[in-house]
Design a protein around this ligand. Structure first.
Ligand code: SF4
Length: 505
């Protein structure tokens, strides 16, 4: 395994071969641990590329805190929504604010949903519904983050002090919270030796099962810990539970001798192992955020002042404390560390709209965890988006079913050019199985072209060719050309000189 991993550092084709193999967390952790930090970062970035991993970088924003006024949680949520940032929901804080306003927690949550359209990422949710904590916990100034590693159990006995009576009172609302959410987080640090920090594993399993029952993406929060055994335990449990997204926490929970080597390696390992292709951090000091982003991190959870995520990322021991407004700082850090390519970093509303359009075009039934060839179609985002108002709002001109209907009516011909080699083209190619003999894939990125051709050829009978990144030649050599992107500016640019090319949007 080490030889293959080492090869995948420099060779994206070797990375593709590695992605197709069955791998155990133990062998990946062992192999990546032998790489130096630069190698681990290169490896992680290879696995952030299409189609090995989600290539977007995003922010998720905690808009709540137990002692916020209702007007502030609503305003914070509307502001997050307007910049296209998913809202990270600390269920206990929603419940506390609702209680202070004589409301049920679920009614405040619904009000936030009605005022926003981005994904809602539900956290701090237990077997009765929103977890509830005493005031000295919800008002914690961030003691463990401020003090720095090593974390030796929460000095405030956070989870053991849950207000179970209050939780039980809201039991009837439980399913409704999950239904309104796009994804649900569970905390696996209990199996990494931090029983005092998280709910027991049984409770995490129960919440994950409920999330799955309603078709939501499941995120597993785990620590870097010692950077080796703790990660094997976290990755193994998460994969056994069928989790989609890995959330890696550093900060005081990074106990490795060399913190930054360990954080970069943990992100690279997670990139290779994560089923839903998205790796996020929920707690990482500024230096960890930077090496993590260079190692292929997809997202950082941050927050408004008073929200505990507001200080958990982007600060340092001594400066991390409650009250910090991490959101602008995290945007700046991402801008400094991530080179923008097809999408902005972090992604904004228009990118989220394009992603929602892509899911609409291909139909949610065809996306992750369903595979074409060796790779799932899309990633965990593709699962989360259909339960959002933004998905309801966006429109598309044609879906893959419309294109199949055109083929049934003889309007496509025997040869097609798919301009843009990403997931939409894969599903279109599959949908046209039996109707066309020749498919040419043209994409600006030769690697995307080659992998798409190889992957589709492994599953389809039609002859599939690379277009050598020449849309015009692919168009001329085919009876029908389909522009497969759902990003309006790119779709317009490709189709501008190709009069009768079919567009999806
Ligand atoms: S921030 Fe740290 S010290 Fe404060 S309640 Fe949470 S785990 Fe405990």
């Amino acid at each position: 395994m080490y030889d293959l991993v080492k090869k995948a550092v420099l060779d994206p084709y070797a990375a593709w071969e590695l992605s197709k193999m069955d791998k155990s967390p133990a062998e990946i952790v062992e192999a990546v641990s032998r790489l130096d930090r630069d190698e681990a970062m290169k490896l992680g970035m290879n696995f952030k590329r299409f189609p090995l991993g989600c290539d977007l970088t995003e922010i998720l924003v905690g808009t709540c805190a137990s002692d916020l006024d209702k007007i502030d949680i609503l305003g914070n949520s509307i502001l997050s929504d307007s910049i296209g940032a998913s809202i990270h929901v600390c269920a206990y804080a929603f419940a506390d604010i609702a209680e202070a306003n004589g409301m049920r927690g679920i009614d405040l949550f619904r009000e936030v949903r009605e005022n926003t359209e981005v994904p809602l990422d539900l956290d701090h949710f237990g077997k009765f519904g929103p977890m509830r904590f005493p005031k000295d916990i919800t008002g914690c100034w961030g003691q463990c983050y401020n003090e720095g590693p090593p974390f030796d159990g929460c000095p405030r006995d956070r989870i053991h002090s849950r207000l179970i009576d209050k939780e039980e009172d809201a039991l009837g609302e439980k399913d409704e919270w999950i239904k309104l959410s796009s994804s649900v987080a569970i905390n696996l640090t209990c199996i990494q030796g931090a029983e005092g920090h998280a709910a027991p594993l049984d409770e995490a399993i129960e919440v994950a099962q409920l999330g799955k029952k309603y078709g939501k993406g499941i995120e597993a929060i785990m620590f870097v810990g010692d950077g080796y055994e703790d990660l094997i335990k976290g990755f193994t449990t998460a994969i056994d539970m069928g989790v989609d997204v890995f959330v890696i926490e550093g900060g005081p929970f990074n106990l490795a001798e060399n913190r930054l080597d360990a954080f970069a390696r943990a992100i690279a390992m997670a990139r290779i192992l994560v089923p839903g292709k998205i790796v996020v951090t929920n707690g990482a000091y500024e230096d960890e955020c930077r090496v993590g982003l260079r190692a292929g991190l997809n997202g950082i959870i941050t927050g408004f002042p008073k929200n505990h995520h507001g200080y958990m990322c982007g600060y340092s021991p001594g400066t991390a404390r409650r009250g910090k407004f991490g959101l602008p700082r995290i945007i700046r850090i991402i801008k400094e560390e991530v080179q923008e390519d097809l999408t902005k970093a972090p992604i904004q509303k228009d990118e989220l709209e394009s992603l929602a359009r892509a899911v609409k075009v291909v139909d949610p039934v065809n996306v992750y965890p369903r595979k074409i060839g060796f790779a799932p179609v899309g990633d965990a985002h593709w699962v989360c988006l259909p339960s959002t108002p933004i998905y309801e709002r966006v429109t598309v001109k044609r879906t893959v079913h419309d294109i199949r209907k055109m083929a049934e009516e003889g309007k496509i011909g025997d040869s097609i050019a798919l301009l843009g080699g990403r997931f939409a083209s894969w599903v279109i190619a599959k949908e046209l199985e039996g109707y066309v003999d020749q498919i040419t894939i043209s994409d600006i990125d030769p690697w995307v072209e080659k992998i798409s051709v190889e992957n589709l050829q492994s599953e389809l009978k039609a002859n599939i060719y690379t277009g050598n990144s020449d849309d015009n030649a692919a168009y001329k050599n085919s009876e029908t050309a389909i522009v497969c992107t759902t990003i309006p500016s790119i779709s317009n640019k490709i189709s501008k000189n190709l009069n009768d090319a079919i567009t999806l949007i």
